[in-house]
Design a protein around this ligand. Sequence first.
Ligand SMILES: [Zn+2]
Ligand SMILES: [Zn+2]
Length: 99
Amino acid sequence: MADSHIHNKMSTSCKHVIDEGKPILLVTHDFDDTWQFLCGDNNHYDYQDARAVCAGCIFEKDPSLQGVETLDIGYGAVREKAGSKSWVLEELVPDDDED
Ligand SMILES: [Zn+2]
Ligand SMILES: [Zn+2]
């Protein structure tokens, strides 16, 4: 199979997904063009919970994420359970550090 994506795009997941194998239930495409793939729990406190990942590899590994691969910058998507393609889109709120 052809290598169809660039592997150097740094994005963020969490230890629950990467280390513990939890499903990705929250995806965001942040304003700095990085992605976050999170388990959706509210228990992410600091960098120790974060894992650097390649967005392309994440999308490749989980076909049910295809529905959010085209998410615009500044949007996030949540779903209720693993494997679901019923993503609910939400607009992200920009950080308040701009002029
Ligand atoms: Zn990759
Ligand atoms: Zn998590």
